[in-house]
Design a protein around this ligand. Sequence first.
Ligand SMILES: *Cc1c(COP(=O)(O)O)cnc(C)c1O
Ligand SMILES: [Zn+2]
Length: 397
Amino acid sequence: MIIIKEANLICTNCGKNIEGTRALRCADCDSPLDLVFDGHGIESSKSCSAERYRKFFPFEPHEIISMGEGATPTVYLPRLAEKIGVSSIGIKNESMNPTWSFKDRGTSCCTTHAKALGFDHIGTVSSGNMAASVAAYGSYAGMKTTILVKENLADEKLAPVAIYRAQLFRVAGNYDDVYTESFKLGKAKGIYFMNSDVPFRAAGSRSISFEIAESLNFDVPEWVIVPTSSGGNLRGVISGFADMKKYGYTSRIPRFICAQAAGCSPIAAAFEKGEMKVERFPNPDTIAHAIDNPFPPSGNETLALLSKYNGVAIGVSEESIISAQAELASNGLFGQPAAAVPIGAAYEARKRGIITEKDRVVTVFTGSGLKYTAAFARHNLSWRECHVSDLKTGIRD
Ligand SMILES: *Cc1c(COP(=O)(O)O)cnc(C)c1O
Ligand SMILES: [Zn+2]
């Protein structure tokens, strides 16, 4: 077995230490695992996140598989900040990644890890952005790639994955079973399944936090709001800020809001009841398809982290998601519905007095609006027809 530096894994639930970095989930209690690696350092001459923050990971420079993901801007929207009633609102624009969502950070990290461990076959279980991301990185790295999606997934969502030429399966049966089954398949067939909350995917999301902190000269905002489905990304973002503090880059850790669509909000529902375990959310229904996991595999760990860092979970109504999407677009940023959910959560948290007018807020704008063009139908869009000779009178000044 190849030993990747001095890294190992620890179970987020039972605390079991697991030697090496090969495991994807705890064999004893089936909970998600955290990467344990005591390294840090910023390579200031590099811009792409995998290279710039490589020292936080147990990789050698020549191992890095990257298409230049990360290094995304935080765009500040003063008009929106004023409307919400906060000091500032920064939009961490993850739609600028190679496959237009933050998933590329974790996919780069997992693909690097897979290759370092000697795998030549990667895969994932996903219905959207992660499928496209893994298919793209598999093709880039020249690895065999297997993608498993839900049986009822629309053709228009399959084509943008199929274009990368991975083996793509629509799988009939219970979707939770596919997640679990994929790990068994992976063991039997030598496929590294980089699903939503596997340790190196969550660890890959830490660079979102490193970049936010660096962009503020190692200050941190009061609040970071993350649209949440499996919980893998939020786990990574929280541990990224925890690492920044642990290694002395920053003096504080922000507070976090786990933003869910009310129509599928298992974590927010448990949070509101003061419970530490998520229950399956009945009849999920939301336009924010990227965050519609009714039984999130990192749900319990997310609740534990919110409790540890004094965070909050909020469910956002469909109406508020659509109006947040419209509002972002009218400020120049068109995201998919999931990417707009944190804005709805910011309004709600401000209304409840959780966020105050002095607070600086950064939201993670997780994916591009062009990923889900069906949402256009909800926006009552219009345009006018005109002959060239009538333009002079037609254009409103
Ligand atoms: C995957 C995804 C999320 C949710 O991330 P999790 O790690 O599953 O919580 C949010 N928004 C977009 C656009 C996504 O693709
Ligand atoms: Zn365990």
